[in-house]
Design a protein around this ligand. Structure first.
Ligand SMILES: NC(=O)c1ccc[n+]([C@@H]2O[C@H](COP(=O)([O-])OP(=O)(O)OC[C@H]3O[C@@H](n4cnc5c(N)ncnc54)[C@H](OP(=O)(O)O)[C@@H]3O)[C@@H](O)[C@H]2O)c1
Length: 235
């Protein structure tokens, strides 16, 4: 039986991913921030669901995730770095360094912590895959084209997702020799709490597409940035 760890799995895209991987008979390791969220998931998914309570902005999360995997998982096949927050300030004179720090912490350091915690279990899988949930707003190519000019997207979010994309590229190149696939995805403009003004995609459909795509990828696909089953994304 395959297993998946999904961060930010109590709502939005993460919860839809939890549902679709659970339906696909995966053992699931949803990472959430509170005991209440963990209890709710245990009730909703009484089997094959091992919630992990961790705040991914803290280094303590590395040990917490590692301990939980040691208890309940042998190998880990898929890790989805999905947890994230949005930013607000889009003018240089109002950008707060605290906001930028917070977004780098969750979007860049969060995936580093999660991968550090999961790598021993990933190495035991036949087809280990790490998927970083990025965004079209992390694409330097699309941003530089002027496509999003005047859209008032925050400095913090665009910078953090672009840096996360660089992490994806570096990690993919390092782990290629270990047969660990590393990709970035844009899930679409989702109708979730963190939605953009042009949101048009049901997160359940985005999760279904991501699931189908993850099922068929392997090391030959490492280094891709895609909107699964929709389009390739330029870095
Ligand atoms: N929405 C879009 O249109 C869109 C577009 C492109 C990319 N994305 C990306 O897709 C991902 C999911 O987006 P979404 O719209 O589903 O977001 P969402 O509904 O706002 O959910 C975010 C999830 O991340 C969790 N989280 C936040 N900070 C955390 C922390 N420090 N530690 C652990 N978990 C934390 C939240 O937990 P709590 O419930 O405890 O806060 C929640 O489960 C994000 O990475 C986002 O940047 C979204």
């Amino acid at each position: 039986m395959e297993s998946v760890l999904i961060t930010g799995a109590n709502r939005g895209l993460g919860l839809e991913l939890q549902k679709v991987f659970f339906s696909g008979s995966f053992n699931t390791f949803p990472v959430v921030r509170t005991e209440e969220a963990a209890d709710q998931l245990r009730m909703q998914f009484p089997l094959r669901c091992y919630p992990i309570v961790a705040d991914l902005t803290s280094d303590k999360s590395i040990e917490t995730i590692r301990m939980n995997l040691d208890k309940n998982a042998h190998s880990l096949d898929v890790v989805i770095n999905n947890a994230g927050i949005s930013g607000s300030e889009y003018l240089i004179e109002t950008v707060r360094t605290e906001e930028v720090n917070n977004l780098f912490n969750i979007h860049c350091l969060g995936p580093i912590r999660t991968v550090q915690a999961c790598i021993p279990n990933l190495r035991k899988s036949i087809n280990p895959r790490i998927i970083n949930v990025s965004s079209r707003l992390g694409s330097l190519t699309r941003m530089a084209s002027g496509e999003f000019i005047d859209r008032r997207f925050s400095y913090s979010y665009r910078m953090a997702k672009a840096a996360q994309n660089m992490f994806t590229i570096c990690l993919g190149q390092e782990l290629m020799k270990d047969n660990i696939t590393v990709c970035a995805i844009h899930p679409g403009q989702l109708l979730t709490r963190g939605r953009s003004t042009d949101a048009d995609t049901d997160p359940a459909i985005a999760a279904e597409n991501l699931y189908k795509w993850i099922k068929v990828i392997d090391i030959n696909n490492t280094g891709l940035f895609v909107q699964p089953l929709v389009q390739n994304m330029p870095w």
